[in-house]
Each structure stands twice: as C-alpha cells, then as structure tokens.
Design a protein around this ligand. Sequence first.
Ligand code: GRF
Length: 217
Amino acid sequence: MKLRLGVLISGRGSNLQALIDACRDPDFPAEVALVISNKADAGGLARATAAGIPSLVLKPKDFADKPAHEAAMTAALEQAGVGLVCLAGFMRLLTGGFVAHWHDRLINIHPSLLPSFPGIDTHARALAAGVRFHGCTVHYVREVMDEGPIIVQAAVPVLTGDTPDDLAARVLVQEHQAYPLAVRLIGEGRVRVEGAVAHIEGAALPAPVICPVASSL
Ligand code: GRF
C-alpha cells in the first residue's frame, strides 16, 4: 500500500506540485491524500483541485486557539489516513503538541543548507554572508523551527551578481527534486532516524565539488 501524504501549504504550492507530479509515477511509493491550507487564497489549492486531490482550508482565526486549529488539522489528516505530513511553504509555527503527535511522520522543506540560515529571507542572508554554496534541505520537524534530522539536501553555487530572486529561482529547481526524493526514500522504508541524524540505507556519497572550481583559477 502507498504512503498517504498530507501536504500543508500557505501559498503558491510549487513544491506541492512537484509532489503531485512525482506521485503520478506508478512506481512512486506515495500518493497525496489531502492538502490543507491555512489561507483561502493559496495558489496551491487550485493545483490540488486540478489533480483531483481533496483539499481543505482551515483558517486559524476560525478556531479558539492554536491547539484547536492544529487538532482540526490532525483530525482531518487522520481521517484521510495520512501517514506522512509534508510542510510545503506552510507559514505557521507548529506547537510542540502537533510536532510530538506526528513525530518522525512530519517533514519540511527549507530553502537553505541547514543548519545555516534557519528562518526567513534565506537567499538575501546567504548573499550577505558571501557563502559560495546555498541550497535546500528536507528534514524531519522538531519543536525548534528549521531543526531536525536531515533527509536530503541539494546545493547550488552562488554566482557573481546574483540577486536574492536569482538565487531563489536556482534553489527552487532543486527543491522540486529534493522533496520528492525525500518522500520516496521514506516511502521505500530507507530512512532510519537515530538521535539527530537520519541515515539513508543504500545511499552512495556524491563526488565532492569545490566552488569556485579549483581548476578554473
Ligand atoms: C519554498 O521555497 C520552501 O522551501 C519554503 O517556502 C517556499 C514555498 O514555495 N518553505 P511553494 O509554495 O512550494 O512554491
């Protein structure tokens, strides 16, 4: 049986789209069962509808408090038989209660090479720091924001003259590869969390790259 995904969004949903597209492959071990948005105008909702995937808008202000909002999300996810919750541009901090309930069944994509640049404005901050590489991280969610065992990372070079938008666009291409890869590894049962580290069975180490490339200097 396929791993059933619940995808939480707040905006345009391009990572949701990457997951939807990956799930079209009959060999992919997961399927999107439910999309939940905390915003009624999230562009990702139309993507769910176009793919025939049930979606739900649960606005925090319609609930007494944060735990009540999260309880409604958990109830809907469990009703849909969700086994893995994927945060995909979900712009709300989750309480420790929600994170504990979904422990090791809750993952996030973040647009930086964690643990560098947690939080917002990662691309501008990477440029300001003068790093040579930037990228994205898919990780299990823990109570501290943008912290948790890393499943997949993808790096891109920072190029001379990059604006934050240039860098964001370069990273986003990698996000759309990294998120489905992380879900596939989990769906195949190849990810084992041990303390702060997620081990991947059968993963080969990539060749090292140094930027700027040493031979070009
Ligand atoms: C992505 O950059 C993701 O890494 C971050 O929020 C953005 C969401 O983009 N968490 P989208 O809604 O998936 O297009």
